[in-house]
Design a protein around this ligand. Structure first.
Ligand code: 5AD
Ligand code: SF4
Length: 480
């Protein structure tokens, strides 16, 4: 989204990695906007080019250096380059040696000082660094540029204190810093007032959040309070750590329909030996107790996970235990990664003893099993009606795409349909992204459900949306 330049200062930002990074980029953009910078869509048009980087796996980190070398010729045109985020924190000043055209290297713990770093950059310094360890407070910005038109992110906790043996995050993002519940609720209310209907609470360990303010809300109470803000229809949160996942969270979710039917609960491995070496802080049995809590919820909750294959020392039996766990839990989605040794981590010092070919084979086996499970489980949705938030129109397929509360992708046709009397159109096109619509599921694949627009199953459930008024459905704010 380009904004007219007032001062002639322009920036381009490219983001790699997780939602935390996506949202950090929005906050960095907010700081730049407040200083009179205009955001441009093409790197060639920018005076300042920022890469907000990810170093969770080696491949992600390498991508940044290939992007940097691809565009180094632009330095001759007087453009400045900045490397932000996890690679910045991990590689530090070594980035200047590898990519001498970079002038600013700053990790996320230094974003509260971003203004000062930019002052130095603007004054012509070309070796500016923000690499200090995390400070005590979380990063609060006066103004956050929101790039997503209908889903707004809110960081509630930064950093991680868990120190899993494979993970670089505690090093790159520092120790845990939670925000005050009142600041979070204020931000959520402002977003609702601006027209957002979906918010996602973010944290590397979102449910390790502890209220930094005097209200002393629990995480479950915070969820309920956010979901109760008028105008917000969907509240999500990610990523939960199994060790801190408590039954009151499930109770809160069951009690408020605005809390989405989805828990992302990374397990990483199904083997107790591997979990212990990973220092995850739970056994398979303890993890399954948390799953049982979630699955006992009166409202069906979708569960997704992250898995790592090929962790040092992972035997065939360990791997088999992970396959069995998939069969047991029936996740609605799983992100599966090949282990990648990372600097500054405990396991990074151990031999990476599982050959890449074995990692690949295990990855493929798990992905195939998971796809089969999803394909089978998704059949249960055929014939049911789901409320979907419209996300995009797929021109080629002549279909709309949206997401159910469970985060499942739903593709649907938006053709005019008549109600049961054959007289009135129930919904007609065009729908717009950010709107909500009901879809009757007709088919299901492993990765999506497919259906048709339909009326709400119980009209009383949606008093503000009379049938036949799709065009008047409440819109999320579409540009800012
Ligand atoms: N190698 C592979 N995957 C990793 N993850 C974190 N660190 C590593 C690593 N060193 C995965 C975990 C985590 C997800 C965000 O990335 O599964 O949950
Ligand atoms: Fe990394 Fe473990 Fe912290 Fe997650 S909980 S960010 S995997 S150290």
């Amino acid at each position: 989204m380009a904004t007219p330049a007032t001062s002639g200062k322009t920036f381009f930002i490219e983001t790699f990695g997780c939602q935390m990074n996506v949202h950090d980029s929005e906050r960095v953009s907010g700081v730049l906007h407040a200083r009179g910078y205009a955001q441009v869509e093409r790197m060639e048009d920018a005076g300042l080019i920022l890469f907000n980087t990810c170093s969770i796996r080696d491949k992600a980190a390498q991508k940044v250096f290939s992007r940097l070398s691809q565009f180094k010729a632009l330095r001759k045109q007087g453009k400045q380059f900045a490397v932000l985020g996890c690679v910045a924190q991990q590689a530090g000043e070594a980035i200047f040696a590898k990519a001498p055209h970079v002038s600013l290297v700053a990790g996320s713990a230094s974003y509260p000082r971003l203004g000062e770093l930019l002052d130095r950059l603007e004054a012509g310094e070309n070796r500016v660094t923000g690499l200090a360890a995390a400070e005590t407070s979380a990063f609060e910005t006066e103004f956050t540029r929101r790039d997503h038109p209908w889903r707004a992110y809110i960081t509630i906790i930064e950093g991680c204190d868990k120190h899993c043996a494979y993970c670089i995050v505690p090093y790159t993002r520092g120790f845990e810093r939670s925000r005050d519940s009142q600041a979070i609720l204020r931000e959520a209310a402002q977003l609702a007032a601006a027209g957002y209907t979906e918010v996602q609470l973010l944290g590397q360990n979102v449910n390790s959040w502890r209220d930094a303010g005097p209200a002393r809300l629990s995480f479950a109470q915070l969820l309920t309070a956010v979901a109760g803000i008028p105008g917000l229809r969907r509240v999500r949160y990610t990523t939960s750590h199994p060790r801190d996942f408590t039954s009151d969270i499930v109770t809160a979710m069951a009690g408020h329909p605005g809390l989405c039917d989805h828990v992302h609960l990374p397990v990483q491995s199904g083997s107790n030996q591997v979990l212990a070496r990973m220092r995850r802080g739970y056994t398979r049995e303890q993890y399954l107790e948390k799953i049982a809590l979630i699955q006992a919820s009166p409202r069906p909750l979708a569960i997704t996970t992250d898995l790592i294959v090929g962790f040092p020392g992972e035997t065939d039996a360990d791997f088999e235990a992970t396959v069995e766990l998939l069969e047991q839990v029936h996740y609605s989605g799983a992100f599966i990664f090949k282990y990648s040794p990372r600097p500054h981590t405990e396991a990074g010092a151990w031999p990476d003893d599982i050959p890449d070919s074995v990692k690949t084979e295990r990855l493929m086996i798990l992905q195939r099993r998971q796809q089969e499970i999803q394909a089978r489980d998704n059949q249960d949705w055929v014939g049911r009606r789901l409320e979907v938030m419209v996300e995009s129109y797929l021109e080629k397929l002549n279909q709309w795409q949206g997401r159910a509360s469970s985060h499942r992708i739903v593709n649907f046709t938006g053709d005019l349909r008549l109600d049961s009397s054959g007289a009135l159109p129930v919904f007609s096109r065009p729908l717009r992204p950010g709107q909500y619509a009901w879809v009757e599921i007709e088919r299901a694949g492993a990765n999506s459900l497919v259906g048709r627009l339909c009326a709400a199953p119980d009209a009383a459930a949606l008093p503000s949306i009379p049938p036949g008024t799709a065009a008047a459905l409440p819109m999320a704010a579409s540009s800012r």
